[in-house]
Design a protein around this ligand. Structure first.
Ligand SMILES: NC(=O)N[C@@H](CC(=O)O)C(=O)O
Ligand SMILES: [Zn+2]
Ligand SMILES: [Zn+2]
Length: 342
C-alpha cells in the first residue's frame, strides 16, 4: 500500500477566483497548490477584453502570488476576432470560454447562437488558441439532467465538424455520454473533471434534506454517470485532466431560497482527487491527470517542482472566512484520508 506519493506540481485547468473581497479570500488556496490555473472570466461584468484581463491578472497576483494565472476571454455575440487574436499574441489570453447564454452563473452575456461565433472560432483555430466550453444546452424544454448530453449532439458535433483543427476542452464533464464522446473524439478534444463529479452522485443533493453546498452546474448526475467519469479520469488517457471548477459563493448566497450554483473545492482539491485515485487503485495515474495531460494539451511546459501527499487524516473546516461572507468548502466537517505535506 502506498502511503506517500510525490508528483510533479499540478495545474488547475478550470477555476473561478472571483474578484474583490472573495478573490482576496480564496486565491491563496489555488496558489499554494497549483503552479498554473486557467482562470474563468465570468465576473460581473465579464472579462471580454485584453485590458480587462490584464488588470484582472494584476488583481489576482496582488491577492496571491507564487502561481501563474492563465487568463481567458469570455466570448459574446460581439467578440472581435482581431482583438481576441491580439490578446493571445500579447500573452494575455491563453484561451477563450464559451458560455451558452443563460447556462450557468454569470452567463447572461454569453453566446446566444454558436453559428454567430464562426469568424471567432475560425481565427482561434488558425492561431492555435483553445476553446473552453461550458457544455450544456439552455433549451428549457430539455430536462436539466440531459442538458450536457444534448449539447454533444446539438452543438459540439457541429463545432468539431466545422473546425477540425480547433483545440476544444469540454469543461467539468458529468456524464457517461460526455466521457465516451471525448474518448471517441479527435485528439483536438479533451475534458476537465472536478472532484465533486468524481465523488458524488445526484443523491448527495438530497441526503437527509436539501444540500445547497452540493449544488453546482452541470448538476450532479446518476451513479452510473459518476462511475463513467471516474473511469475516464483514471484511464490514463491524455484527454482527461484536472480542472477543479472551484466556484466559491458566500454562504448567504448558497443557503437561500434560490441558491447559487458552485462548489468551493480549492482548499482540499488535491486531497479529494487523491482519495478517488487511491480508492480506485490508480494512484500511479494521478500525476498524469493532475500534472501532465493538461499542460501537454495546451502545449505548455511541464512544471518543475513537486508536491507530496501522505496517507494521514486531515479535517476540513466547516467554513472559511473572507472579508465579507464566509464560504463553505467542499467536504466541510469531513476528515479526508490524504493530506498534502507542506
Ligand atoms: N460550476 C458552477 O456551478 N458554477 C460556476 C460556473 C460554471 O463553471 O458553470 C460559477 O461561476 O459559480
Ligand atoms: Zn461551467
Ligand atoms: Zn466553472
Amino acid at each position: 500500500m502506498t502511503d506517500r506519493l510525490t508528483i510533479r506540481r499540478p495545474d488547475d485547468w478550470h477555476v473561478h477566483l472571483r474578484d474583490g473581497a472573495m478573490l482576496r479570500g480564496v486565491a491563496r488556496f489555488t496558489a499554494r497548490r497549483f503552479a498554473r490555473a486557467i482562470v474563468m472570466p465570468n465576473l460581473q461584468p465579464p472579462v471580454t477584453t485584453t485590458a480587462a484581463a490584464a488588470a484582472y491578472r494584476d488583481r489576482i497576483l496582488a491577492a496571491a502570488d507564487g502561481f501563474q494565472p492563465l487568463m481567458t476571454c469570455y466570448l459574446t455575440d460581439h467578440t472581435d476576432p482581431d482583438d481576441l487574436a491580439a490578446g493571445h499574441a500579447d500573452g494575455v489570453f491563453t484561451a477563450a470560454k464559451l458560455y451558452p447564454a443563460g447556462a450557468t452563473t454569470n452567463s447572461a452575456s454569453g453566446v446566444t447562437d454558436v453559428a454567430k461565433l464562426a469568424p471567432v472560432l475560425d481565427r482561434m483555430q488558425a492561431i492555435g488558441m483553445p476553446l473552453l466550453v461550458h457544455g450544456e444546452v439552455t433549451d428549457p424544454a430539455i430536462d436539466i439532467f440531459d442538458r450536457e448530453a444534448a449539447f454533444l449532439t446539438r452543438v459540439l458535433t457541429g463545432i468539431l465538424r466545422d473546425f477540425p483543427a480547433l483545440k476544444i476542452v469540454l469543461e467539468h464533464i458529468t456524464t457517461a455520454d460526455a466521457a465516451q464522446f471525448v474518448a471517441d473524439g479527435p485528439a483536438t478534444l479533451a475534458a476537465t473533471i472536478t472532484p465533486q463529479h468524481l465523488l458524488l452522485d445526484r443523491n448527495a443533493l438530497f441526503e437527509g434534506g436539501l444540500r445547497p453546498h452540493a449544488y453546482c452546474l452541470p448538476v450532479l448526475k446518476r451513479e452510473r454517470h459518476r462511475r463513467a467519469v471516474v473511469d475516464a479520469a483514471i484511464s490514463g488517457s491524455p484527454k482527461f485532466f484536472l480542472g477543479t471548477d472551484s466556484a466559491p459563493h458566500g454562504v448567504r448566497r448558497k443557503e437561500a431560497a434560490c441558491g447559487c450554483a458552485g462548489i468551493f473545492n480549492a482548499p482540499f482539491a488535491l486531497e479529494s482527487y487523491a482519495t478517488v485515485f487511491d480508492r480506485e487503485g490508480a494512484l500511479d495515474r494521478l500525476e498524469g491527470f493532475a500534472s501532465e495531460h493538461g499542460a501537454r494539451f495546451y502545449g505548455l511546459p511541464l512544471n518543475e517542482g513537486t508536491v507530496t501527499l501522505e496517507r494521514a487524516p486531515v479535517l476540513v473546516p466547516e467554513r472559511i472566512a473572507t472579508e465579507d461572507d464566509a464560504v463553505v468548502p467542499f467536504h466541510a466537517g469531513e476528515t479526508l484520508g490524504w493530506r498534502v505535506v507542506d
